[in-house]
Structures are given as structure tokens and as C-alpha cells.
Design a protein around this ligand. Structure first.
Ligand code: S3P
Length: 431
């Protein structure tokens, strides 16, 4: 399994802040995370790649402070990656650099105001070059002050941007409303020596006091639970299957998918690895076997945050469960790489499933005997990697299969996805 996407972004973006080269093993080589790596290289970081591990050091990475008047403008293409764009905004807001951040059509349509507004309240100089609240925009390093921000809903990207900005501010920055949001950023910054006071996993608020220099730490990136979910989901649906994924990241803020699978009655076993040393993230071997599933209700902003990237797949699983699954409090899905509520509803209807779309969720009438569609279902992926993989799983679990209008988009997060599916096909009892 490929390395975790969130941890790979953070290894690339945070390593240049350390006091020397950091060794990164298990880095995810996918389009999104390679955008973050290219960005820090363009910003002056010393990136070396021996083909298996990376070494990332500060090199000429911009120091804390204001950009010089007339500083040249560096252009950074964030591609399809919201994490690259939003974390870079916080990282660069208080550094000696001027950068234009842009992205593809999907990223240009996604909201940036949720990061830009609280950064401006800290004194950041950010100017939109096109539509308000959207990329492209220019960030010019400014003197940042401290402050507090309460998030409307839990977002790791917003919290991370503010904590990264806090590293170059003159006073502490507090972020509230974090419960449920993935907590990789405070975990990693604490390991690098940042002053996060008494912060502990599960806390709703986090405060970073600027000052302590950060040290270089080794990164051993575990398998991505959000990518593993597609293979585990396929195992749940395809009769006679049993799949084990070893070394999966098992951070509680990423654990919602497995909790819902268990609630749906899946044949699921989680074998945690021994506690990782030096504050590294916990991992487990996860096994799923085929079996009947039942409908569930998924609601609440905190719960939704812990499985937000797995919801397209959960919708496909729900479509083969007994009963009607209700998803609520998930309006955030409308501003991901595509409008995922609309894309999932349309794809499931192509498979003959009855779906009711709500502003913040879906009702999915499960077809436990099999998808009703007689022919292959035509699926519009909207170039969204998780829509493509979720419906590929639906195809594996259907009689006539699916036709995806774009299979290349899986390379955003899981370039080996189709090869992994093919390798599992008929792998046998030891496979
Ligand atoms: C991510 C946070 C999540 C998630 C995204 C990756 C991260 O977004 O959907 O795929 O690495 O911080 P939000 O923080 O906006 O919910």
C-alpha cells in the first residue's frame, strides 16, 4: 500500500523547517504529494531522492520575516491539491517570499476564504488575482501577530495553515473547534520541538507559542487508510474475498471508516502493531472479509470529519447493504475535488439505486441482492480520484461492471490502484 497522503504532504512541507536534513521513508509518490514536494524544492529546500527514501533539508528555504519590497514572484502550481494550497498559505504568510499559488480547474473552484480570512486576521498579506475567495492568489510575507480562531466545522487544513503561520508570528495563535479533524500537524510539530503547551490528541483547542527552533525528525510514513479503504471495501462486497492490509495508519481522527464498517456488520479484524516509539503515528493490520452489510445513519460534524474522504466509498457500500442508509452533516463533500454528494448520487442512480439527495447528505436505499442496472453503468468521475475508485469498487461488486469516464485521475492519490485490484483478483487463500 502507498504511504499516507496527509503525512506525505506534511513531511514535504514541514521538513524544510527543521535544523538539518530529514529522512523520509514511505513518501507517497502520487500527483498531489509530488506537488508539495515540488513546491518546497522551488522555494529553496534541499530535496534529495535516492529512489526509495527522500532527504529534505532547509537549504535556502525562506526565513521568518517580511518579503523584501519588489521581491520576485515565485509561481507555484498546486495542481488538484487543496492540502498543498491551504497549508502553503499558512507556511508562507510570515516568510521572506512572494508567491503566486494556482491550481487546476477543480482547485480554482474550491473555497480558500476559510484559510485566507483567519490568516489576514493575523496580519497576512494575501491578494486574490481572480474571483474573491478562489485561486489564483498572491501571498507576500508579512509580520504576523498572534490571535484566536474558532473553526465553523473541523478542518485539518485550516488548523494546519494557522499553526504553520504561528511558527512565524510574534505571539501565540490558538485554534478552536479541532475535535474530529485529523491531528497530524500538531503531532508532528510537537515531535519537531514546537511549543504546543499541554496539547494532547483529542483536545478541541490547540495553541502554538512561537519561539523554539524546530529540529529535523525522521518520517516513516505508514500505509494510507483512505486508500486501503477501497481494497477493504471491495473485499466486503465481492463474494469469497478476504483482504489484509498491513501497516495501516490507525490515528483515531482517521478511524471513522472502520468504525462504520463494524457498525454495518462487516467481517472486520484490526490487529494493532506495538506502540510506535518517539511519538510516531500508530498502525495496524486490517482484515476484511466478504459478508452481508446493514444500513447505518452517519451524522454529526465530528464523526463526519473522521471519515470525510471515505464517504463516496461508504455510499457505495451502503448501496449494497440491507436497509436505507442516511448520511447528514456532510455538506463539506460539495466542495471537495468535485461535488461528491451530487457525483455519488448520479453514479448510484446509473447502477439502478434509489438515492435522495439533501443539501448536507444522502439517503441511499440499499440493494442487498445486487445492483438493479442490467448493463454496465456509465460513471461521470468529474476527474475526482475518490469518485473513480469508489465506483471501481461498485463495478467489482456488480454483474455488468462500470465504465469510468476517467481512470487516470486515480494517480492523484493512488497511482497503483488498478494494479492492486488486479493483483488481488484470484490471489487465492494465501493472497
Ligand atoms: C486533509 C484534510 C481533509 C481531507 C483532505 C486532506 C489534510 O480536508 O479531506 O483530503 O491532509 O489535512 P479538511 O481539513 O478540509 O476537512
Amino acid at each position: 500500500m502507498p504511504g499516507d497522503k496527509s503525512l506525505s504532504h506534511r513531511a514535504a512541507l514541514f521538513a524544510p523547517l527543521g535544523d538539518g536534513p530529514a529522512r523520509v521513508r514511505g513518501f507517497l509518490r502520487a500527483q498531489d504529494t509530488l506537488r508539495s514536494l515540488a513546491a518546497v524544492r522551488d522555494l529553496g529546500a534541499d530535496v534529495r531522492d535516492d529512489g526509495s527514501a527522500l532527504s529534505i533539508g532547509p537549504g535556502d528555504f525562506p526565513a521568518t520575516g517580511r518579503a523584501a519590497a519588489g521581491a520576485p514572484q515565485l509561481e507555484i502550481d498546486c495542481g488538484n491539491s487543496g492540502t498543498t494550497a491551504r497549508l502553503l498559505l499558512g507556511l508562507l504568510a510570515g516568510r521572506r517570499v512572494r508567491a503566486l499559488l494556482d491550481g487546476d480547474a477543480s482547485l480554482r473552484s474550491r473555497p480558500m476564504g476559510r484559510v485566507v480570512a483567519p490568516l489576514r486576521a493575523l496580519g497576512a498579506d494575501i491578494a486574490y488575482r481572480g474571483a474573491d475567495g478562489r485561486l489564483p492568489l498572491v501571498v507576500t510575507g508579512a509580520a504576523l501577530r498572534g490571535g484566536e480562531h474558532a473553526m465553523a466545522s473541523p478542518s485539518a487544513q485550516v488548523a494546519s495553515a494557522l499553526l504553520l503561520a504561528a511558527l512565524s508570528s510574534s505571539a501565540p495563535v490558538t485554534v478552536r473547534g479541532c475535535r474530529g479533524a485529523r491531528d497530524h500537524t500538531p503531532r508532528l510539530l510537537a515531535r519537531m520541538g514546537a511549543d504546543l503547551g499541554g496539547w494532547a490528541p483529542g483536545d478541541d483547542a490547540v495553541t502554538l507559542r512561537p519561539g523554539p527552533p524546530l529540529r529535523a525528525v525522521a518520517h516513516d510514513i505508514p500505509a494510507d487508510p483512505s486508500s486501503a479503504a477501497f481494497l477493504l471495501g471491495a473485499a466486503a462486497l465481492v463474494p469469497g474475498s478476504r483482504v489484509t492490509v498491513p501497516g495501516v495508519l490507525l490515528n483515531p481522527t482517521r478511524g471513522g471508516f472502520l468504525a462504520v464498517l463494524r457498525e454495518m456488520g462487516a467481517d472486520l479484524a484490526v490487529a494493532p502493531a506495538a506502540e510506535a516509539a518517539d511519538g510516531a503515528e500508530p498502525t495496524a493490520a486490517v482484515t476484511v472479509g466478504a459478508g452481508a452489510l446493514r444500513a447505518v445513519r452517519i451524522e454529526g460534524a465530528v464523526r463526519v470529519a473522521t471519515l470525510v474522504d471515505e464517504l463516496p466509498l461508504l455510499a457505495v457500500l451502503a448501496a449494497r447493504a440491507r436497509g436505507t442508509t442516511e448520511l447528514r452533516d456532510a455538506a463539506e463533500l460539495r466542495v471537495k475535488e468535485s461535488d461528491r454528494l451530487a457525483a455519488v448520487a448520479a453514479g448510484l442512480r446509473e447502477l439502478g439505486v434509489t438515492v435522495v439527495e439533501h443539501p448536507d447528505g444522502l439517503d441511499i436505499v440499499g440493494e442487498s441482492a445486487g445492483f438493479p442496472a442490467r448493463g454496465a453503468a456509465n460513471i461521470a468521475t468529474h476527474g475526482d480520484h475518490r469518485i473513480a475508485m469508489a465506483f471501481a469498487v461498485a463495478g467489482l461488486a456488480s454483474r455488468a461492471g462500470v465504465i469510468l469516464d476517467d481512470d487516470a485521475c486515480v494517480a492523484v492519490s493512488f497511482p497503483g490502484f488498478f494494479a492492486a485490484c488486479a493483483a488481488l483478483e484470484g490471489a487465492g487463500s494465501s493472497g
